[in-house]
Design a protein around this ligand. Structure first.
Ligand SMILES: Nc1ncnc2c1ncn2[C@@H]1O[C@H](COP(=O)(O)OP(=O)(O)OP(=O)(O)O)[C@@H](O)[C@H]1O
Ligand SMILES: [Mg+2]
Length: 506
């Protein structure tokens, strides 16, 4: 490992009513990948935002490349070689790749006595950088036409246009496919090999052990430990994160599974879904596995009336349903938690309690037209406690919650609606190990009370740990199914990966 290129001493940061960072120490060396771990709301993103000048620390010092610094905005950080790749990208959607790369630090050349933009020079440098990243991309494409993985590549390229020697990744793989993750890891390893220091924030233990050299754990805004990856293990890391030893990671409870409650037959959507039929029994947790793009989200969104295109028949408790939109679905007791919190999920400019009451305001009325704010706040407090949302009060704005805690609000909102069938799409994305186990525990307990659950997840251990049965989707059809007793990761992957042709022949 090389020299220390980033040092943080005793960083403190408060927000109104929240002590987000309480004396954090951290150091990064050139040529290392250093993970930061901690529960949702522990302060990981805030710490990195302080480094990059998004937030100003209340106190503490930072040394970057040997010099004491205090960036007042991200541009200043970029110019000193520090760049951050946020989970939600910060690129300008309407502008091209090339314009985004050099925004704010355009190359110029002299034309006579005036300076003009040097488009040729910028293009050449951009081409060189993408070559180094081994990525083909159209420099003139608008950002909004790119997928998540490509946007990330543009962000990395942008960091390299500044000649960054410190790059911070905040949960970069949350919305990538397995193949894209592999490609990203190769790039990160190459950057490390050329001497850069990388900070890597993730909740995925396997990634941390595969990729990183050291790991620093923070808990409740406090510095806990820094360890060499080779000298620690998952249980030890989790114990540092939660402050105690964890019990079972997948606390599934024994539930008496009842009669069939929900059935879908011949579900079809030109070009997306092919003749899909399945059923779920009362109290069951039914999993849907598959690679990204297999059609799982499309299927559930379409059953819940979001698209209104698909054809097929749907029965709930023996009654045929005609769901035209999501309101119909909810009225029948079917509730969907989207993988995209922003899309059908949360209104971040509202509080936790408002988000929970919003879909069922009629249950929070006090007299004609008045909202029972006390009842709303009590409900909010109940879920903060039950699901373990890290927030000072139920009227706290969702926008000010950490990513994983927003996810918990999204799940709470659905649970509060008392559904018959709850469809969870990637319910624990961005959620820390402990909170994950909490959410799993709640889900499992609810099935004992008769709730039925369909769960889409890209994390196979989660599906295998929680589900009674698992369907595997591929290219818009159901390619296989497994019972809890005989499922393994290998079996699911074999079905998810095998090509259609092989399947027909075999
Ligand atoms: N702008 C803000 N205003 C008020 N509180 C904030 C703000 N930003 C963050 N916080 C609070 O600071 C604490 C740390 O949040 P942070 O986003 O750093 O957590 P995190 O470790 O990144 O969590 P996650 O794993 O969920 O992303 C949380 O309690 C959060 O609610
Ligand atoms: Mg975060």
């Amino acid at each position: 490992m090389g020299q220390t290129i980033l040092e943080l001493h005793d960083i403190v940061k408060t927000f109104p009513g929240v002590l987000a960072l309480n004396g954090i120490n951290f150091n990064l060396q050139g040529g290392e990948i250093h993970a930061i771990c901690g529960e949702n709301g522990a302060g990981k993103s805030t710490l990195m935002k302080v480094v990059c000048g998004v937030h100003e620390a209340d106190s503490g010092t930072m040394v970057v490349n040997g010099k004491q610094e205090n960036f007042s905005n991200p541009m200043e950080a970029y110019e000193k070689g520090v760049s951050i790749i946020f989970q939600e990208t910060s690129l300008f959607e309407e502008m091209t790749v090339l314009d985004n790369l050099f925004l704010g630090h355009e190359k110029t050349k002299k034309a006579g006595i005036i300076k003009v933009l040097d488009y040729g020079g910028m293009r050449k440098e951009a081409e060189k950088i993408f070559q180094r990243l081994n990525t083909k991309i159209n420099l003139d494409a608008q950002i909004k036409t790119l997928g998540m993985a490509q946007k990330q590549m543009v962000e990395i390229a942008k960091a390299l246009t500044f000649d960054a020697n410190i790059i911070i990744f905040d949960e970069p793989t949350a919305s990538l496919t397995q193949r894209e993750v592999t490609a990203l890891f190769k790039i990160i390893n190459d950057l490390k090999a050329s001497g850069l220091g990388i900070v890597y924030i993730s909740h995925r233990m396997e990634e941390i052990f595969e990729l990183c050299d050291r790991v620093t754990v923070v808990r409740d805004g406090q510095y806990i430990s820094t360890k060499n990856i080779a000298e620690t293990n998952k249980d030890e890391l989790v114990a540092d994160m939660v402050g105690r030893k964890m019990g079972s990671y997948y606390p599934k409870s024994e539930t008496a599974i009842g009669e069939e409650i929900f059935r879908v037959e011949g579900y079809y959507d030109e070009g997306f879904l092919e003749n899909i039929s399945f059923n779920v029994k009362k109290g069951e947790i039914l999993g849907f596995a598959g690679l990204a793009g297999a059609g799982r989200t499309e299927l559930m969104e379409s059953i819940c009336g979001f698209t209104g295109r698909a054809a097929g028949t749907v029965w709930l408790e023996g009654k045929r349903l005609h769901i035209k939109n999501y309101k119909d679905a909810m009225a029948n007791g079917i509730v969907y938690v989207s993988e995209d919190r922003g899309k059908y999920g949360l209104i971040v400019d509202m509080s936790i309690q408002q988000n929970i009451s919003l879909p069922q305001l009629e249950n929070f009325k006090k007299g004609p037209g008045f909202l029972d704010v006390k009842k709303e706040s009590d409900k909010g407090a109940e879920y903060i406690k039950e699901v373990g949302i890290k927030a000072p009060a139920p009227d706290f704005l969702v926008a000010n919650l950490s990513g994983g805690n927003q996810q918990k609000v999204s799940v709470s909102k659905a649970l509060a609606m008392n559904p018959k069938l709850l469809i969870l799409d990637e319910p624990t994305r961005g959620v820390d190990v402990n909170a994950k186990a909490e959410i799993h525990k709640i889900i499992s307990e609810l099935t004992q009370k008769g709730l039925t659950i369909i769960m889409i997840s890209s994390e196979l251990p989660e599906l295998i740990g929680m589900c009674d049965r698992i369907y595997v989707m591929k290219d818009g059809y159901i390619a296989g199914s497994f019972d809890r007793e005989n499922v393994t990761q290998e079996k699911i992957l074999t079905v998810a990966l095998e090509s259609k042709k092989e399947k027909q022949e075999g």
